[in-house]
Design a protein around this ligand. Structure first.
Ligand SMILES: Nc1ncnc2c1ncn2[C@@H]1O[C@H](COP(=O)(O)OP(=O)(O)OP(=O)(O)O)[C@@H](O)[C@H]1O
Ligand SMILES: [Mg+2]
Length: 376
């Protein structure tokens, strides 16, 4: 991966109908990197891609490509290709002609076209499908054709807007592995959009977490998971117990009515903070003075582990453990210093936290799925 950014977004602002959609967005993407924009629906992911592709002009800020300002450059002059949310193949063209399309526009020779189409179809495991009509392809195969078509133009940067969204889970997992392989083989910079956190963590070199038009955190998947910047990121990425806390001094915090040694430092004395503890980082112990103790209120078998809800003085914790616990049992919760993550207070403080609504949520899910079944 190169050191200098291939794409740089500087202080980007966009409004639609007077509503701010992106605010002060700064993002550097390195050459050869697999970057994922991750966030809930409406947070501005597609808009960010469209700015990089040149389909939306920002109201504020600039876009750079290899250090050159391209803010006013039209899409077809950018060395960027897009695979859209709906991958829109040309229905009247067969697989070969779909992949050849961009090269024909650029007046490449038939010989070169034939060679490239062959290579690209091989890359996406569709050799032999050249004459197939795109109507007679499965969703996953159509997706592969869309990828081959984009790669055939030899872009420096590929923008992928939820390209796997229409696929079922099994196929989606296969395509995740395949896309990652293609990215590594070609060395093309991928900017990938998803609202699926697992997909983002497993595929990316860098994850950009967005909400409400702001970047909340940029980091490696490990950074984002282990050191979430605020309660939004902690809640959006995986399961989290989030508590109100106080940092009394370096390496000493308080939450759930107790003081705990921790590994964080650099906060003001007695600063109010948010504390996040992941469910898999809590050890179940026999109840004792030494630990937080609580009553098991709910146990769900998840295949690899049990998801256990524990009521500690009215705050409901989630624990993931491979050991079964009885509902109603009194247990101790051991939390080691390096399993405690301290976050600055933010506008998201108090919005997420315990699992007291957990059973309600499950009932709602159940009611919803019954409704869907009835409709079908
Ligand atoms: N052309 C447009 N005109 C007006 N509003 C728009 C336009 N495009 C996007 N928006 C609004 O901007 C916000 C961000 O939209 P965007 O499509 O970037 O979200 P997204 O993160 O891609 O969401 P999703 O996951 O649902 O695709 C939304 O509130 C959307 O309604
Ligand atoms: Mg979108």
């Amino acid at each position: 991966m190169g050191e200098n950014p291939i794409i740089s977004l500087q202080n980007i602002g966009v409004s639609f109908d007077g509503e701010a959609v992106l605010n002060h967005l700064n993002l550097n993407i390195r050459d050869g990197e697999f970057v994922t924009l991750l966030g809930p629906s409406g947070c501005g992911k597609t808009t960010t891609l469209r700015i990089i592709g040149g389909f939306v002009r920002p109201d504020e800020g600039d876009v750079f490509f290899n250090g050159q300002r391209i803010t006013d450059l039209p899409p077809h002059k950018r060395e960027v290709n897009t695979i859209f949310q709906k991958y829109a193949l040309f229905p009247h063209l067969n697989v070969y002609e779909n992949v050849a399309f961009g090269m024909r526009i650029h007046k490449k020779s038939e010989k070169e076209i034939r060679k490239t189409v062959h290579e690209m179809l091989e890359m996406v495991s569709l050799s032999g499908f050249e004459r197939r009509s795109v109507h007679r392809l499965s969703g996953g195969q159509q997706q592969r054709v869309a990828i081959a078509r984009a790669l055939a133009n030899d872009p420096k940067v590929l923008l992928l807007d939820e390209p796997l969204g229409a696929l079922d889970l099994k196929l989606r997992k296969d395509m995740q592995v395949e896309l990652k392989r293609i990215q590594q083989t070609t060395g093309i910079t991928f900017i990938f959009v998803t609202h699926d956190q697992e997909e983002a963590l497993s595929m990316s070199d860098t994850v950009v977490v967005m909400d409400k038009g702001f970047i909340q955190q940029i980091g490696t998947p490990q950074d984002i998971y282990n050191e979430p910047q605020n309660a939004f990121v902690a809640d959006f990425i995986g399961e989290s117990n989030i508590l109100d806390g106080v940092m009394h001094e370096d390496y000493l915090c308080e939450f759930a009515g107790r003081r705990f040694p921790c590994v964080d430092k650099g906060f003001a004395p007695h600063e109010s903070v948010d504390v996040v503890i992941r469910p898999e980082d809590i050890d179940v112990m026999p109840p004792s003075e030494e630990y937080l103790t609580g009553t098991v209120t709910n146990v769900t078998f998840k295949g690899v582990h049990y998801e256990i809800i524990v009521d500690v003085k009215g705050f409901k914790w989630m624990i993931q453990s491979t050991d079964y616990q009885e509902e109603g049992a009194l247990i101790g919760l051991r939390i080691q210093p390096d399993e405690i993550h301290i976050m600055k207070k933010s506008e998201y403080s108090g919005m997420f936290g315990d699992y007291s609504t957990f059973s309600d949520e499950m009932e709602e899910d159940l009611a919803l799925s019954e409704e869907v079944e009835r409709e079908e």
